[in-house]
Design a protein around this ligand. Structure first.
Ligand SMILES: [Zn+2]
Length: 685
């Protein structure tokens, strides 16, 4: 029963009984734009909205809604702050299509959880509270035509899938494609450590809409992420780039409301006051006359006077792009003062600042993914104890390690790191492990002795400034060129492996051994885990892929911007280094970021050795696996409690440990030497 809205029926209008009979077959009602339809039919539910009852759109929201039902537009791109328009527009569009212009709809969410969540927390309340949907979708989830993620309705069906499942994306013919949170999708759907996947999930799904020709429609929505990598940013760049302009109540100058731009801050506050008093003085200032607006004036302009203007009027007219930020919401939701307060809270921590810029300002984050000068890093080294006599500083709360397997000469390079709140971290030692036969010949990386030496490092108790000790929580080992000995090491009795459950990966024991592999993923630190069937061939060892491009961008950005403080107070994101030799810093800074013409980012090695970069990347991966990006106050408190200074006089620093002891020679094993014999600092022979 596909809709034919402009069908001319001879003799129309028919007398009432006939019309009644055919009403559901021939839809002759003129179409109303989505904004008008939504305000007449949508009732907001408490499950997803603060204000409940009939929907009232903000003035600026109408143009976005109406683009969705505009027959001349095929793709609508919404790049906005969180919680200002995206989900509402998607829900209203779906409801409209179900009632007014039915056809097969595919809604893609980044993950399976999100797909279920959308169905349960948004769609089910919507069908319950909007009478227009009654009788069209059953709210029962087990009536044969409906499950949580699949709903039939007269003339079509709605399927809610995760972007991770290629089969769901490519199986069905669709007319409407709704892609939510697109920056969280995989680059290569269904791809894994072992094999290439089926390509971009949006392209994959959109191909299924070909049969509907010009009647197909898609909506892409997300807040932006990192410039050059953000999928919504790229989609917006291809659109006509509409931005909401409003007039100044003082001078009439039209402008886009921005927190700051190239000319400086447009939300300003009195920075001479104490920090906690500053934000309350924040106001928006006109870009031309520089006079402040009241909150009421800002909201009145945003609600009633928005004029959407295209930044790129020559773009493909079938692609409409909309951008909007938190400066366009009512003062009851957010004021300039609360935005300024969020900024002041976030500004000293690169990670928080990034989140603020993406989700509040709806702007892409420009990562300065260029390594800083080695001299600068060398000059800021600190005098804490490291290597075999390492003492973890008080703010270091858990330990990770990273290991790289290298040939020529055969060796393992290992770095141990302490991590604290705000991802502040301390390099605690860097070891190059080599093993030699009696005749002085190097033993290959498969030699058990090398791995015994790694085991010795892994099982150490590490002195902490509090007088207590810490053990390493997780070690990431690169499986790159020489995977076999890594698998064997991971399977050694007593070594723990990651726990894999429905919630993802989890550390359940100290000294968890994680074989890893680098991928080019630019968006995620942990970009995948090898499949169970592939792992079976390796006797159950699974490989975690680490998005090296993503981590490098973060690491280099933090190396440039987060510096140790003069008074030793916390510095979120700061990398602390002990008195390593220059060769370490040469290795850490030897890669150059190259942005290719298609926007792809690659890192090129400009020095002989880059192991320190790889180990920084894998240690960051280990911290992510431990869960540093999800830890809350309670987690941190628990870590801090574990290193509360022990009572009594301060504990003297532990006596310098002897050189890492060679494991007791076993029968037939050649005697070995472990380098370096000294302090366990960085050196290269
Ligand atoms: Zn003005």
């Amino acid at each position: 029963m596909s809709a034919a809205p402009t069908l001319l029926i001879p003799g129309f209008p028919w007398p009432p009984p006939v019309l009644g009979e055919f009403r559901e077959i021939f839809r002759v009602r003129p179409k109303v734009p989505l904004s008008e339809w939504s305000e007449s039919n949508i009732v907001l539910s408490p499950e997803y909205s603060n204000s409940t009852g009939p929907l009232m759109l903000f003035g600026w929201q109408r143009a976005i809604f109406d683009a969705i039902t505009d027959p001349s537009i095929e793709t609508v791109v919404i790049m906005s702050s969180t919680q200002v328009v995206k989900s509402l527009a998607l829900m209203c569009a779906i409801a409209y299509w179900i009632c007014e212009d039915p056809g097969p709809i595919l809604l893609v969410e980044p993950k399976k959880d999100a797909a279920r969540d959308f169905s349960k927390r948004r769609l089910m309340p919507l069908t319950r509270d909007c009478t227009v949907l009654h009788g069209r979708i059953s709210d029962s989830v087990h009536d044969g035509h409906n499950t949580i993620q699949s709903k039939d309705f007269p003339g079509g069906n709605l399927l809610i899938v995760s972007a991770h499942t290629p089969v769901d994306l490519a199986q069905h013919t669709i007319r409407y494609l709704v892609c939510d949170e697109v920056d969280k999708y995989d680059d290569d759907v269904g791809g894994s450590v072992e094999r290439q996947g089926e390509g971009d999930p949006i392209d994959l799904a959109w191909e299924r809409a070909m049969t509907f020709g010009s009647r197909r429609k898609r909506v892409l929505a997300c807040s932006p992420t990192v410039a050059g990598q953000s999928r919504i940013g790229k989609a917006f760049a291809l659109s006509d780039q509409r931005r909401p302009w409003v007039p100044c109540p003082r001078c009439g100058a039209m402008q886009v409301l921005k927190f700051r731009d190239r000319d400086g801050y447009h939300v300003k506050w009195d920075s001479s006051l104490a920090r906690e008093l500053q934000a309350a003085t924040a106001r928006y200032y006109c870009v031309r006359c520089d006079r402040p607006w009241t909150e009421q004036e800002r909201w009145s302009a945003a609600n009633h006077q928005v004029e959407w203007r295209q930044d790129k009027p020559g773009a493909d007219p079938k692609i409409a792009g909309f951008w909007v930020n938190h400066m366009y919401v009512p003062p009851t939701w957010k004021t300039c003062a609360s935005i300024a307060n969020q900024f002041l809270t976030a500004k000293d921590d690169r990670q928080s600042l990034k989140t603020f810029i993406n989700t509040v300002l709806a702007e892409e984050w420009v990562e300065e993914g260029v390594a800083p000068d080695k001299e600068i890093l060398y000059a800021r080294r600190e005098g804490y104890a490291f290597g075999d006599t390492a003492v973890v500083p008080q703010r270091g709360l858990f330990l990770t390690a990273a290991c790289d397997v290298q040939e020529n000469p055969p060796r393992l390079e290992v770095e141990v790191k302490a991590w604290g709140r705000g991802r502040e971290n301390w390099s605690m030692g860097y070891w190059i492990l080599q093993a030699f036969a009696e005749n002085g010949q190097e033993l290959p990386v498969s030699a058990r002795e090398l791995w015994d030496a790694l085991d010795e490092l892994l099982y150490r108790d590490w002195a902490h400034e509090s007088g207590r000790t810490l053990s390493i929580l997780a070690i990431c080992i690169d499986t790159g060129r020489n995977p076999k000995p890594v698998y064997e090491f991971a399977r050694r009795p007593g070594h723990h492996q990651l726990h894999y459950g429905p919630q993802g990966i989890k550390i359940i024991a100290h000294r968890t051994v994680v074989p890893v592999k680098g991928t080019a993923d630019m968006l995620r630190i942990i970009s995948g885990v090898s499949k169970e069937d592939a792992a079976r061939k390796r006797q159950g060892v699974r490989i975690v892929s680490i998005g090296t491009n993503c981590v490098k961008a973060e690491v280099f950005d933090l190396l440039r911007h987060a510096r140790p403080t003069v008074d030793g107070s916390p510095s979120p994101g700061c990398f602390h280094f002990p008195l390593y030799e220059m060769v370490y810093f040469e290795g850490l800074t030897c890669e150059v970021k190259i942005v290719k013409s298609n926007g792809d980012v690659v890192y090129e090695k400009r020095g002989p050795r880059n192991e320190p970069v790889d180990l920084a990347v894998y240690n960051r991966g280990a911290a992510a696996i431990v869960g540093i990006d999800r830890m809350n106050e309670e987690h941190w408190r628990r870590f801090e409690k574990a290193v509360e200074p022990v009572g009594g006089p301060p504990v003297p620093p532990p006596a310098p440990a002897p050189a890492p002891a060679a494991p007791a020679p076993r029968a037939a094993a050649p005697p070995i030497t472990i380098l370096p014999g000294g302090r366990g600092g960085f050196r290269r022979d």
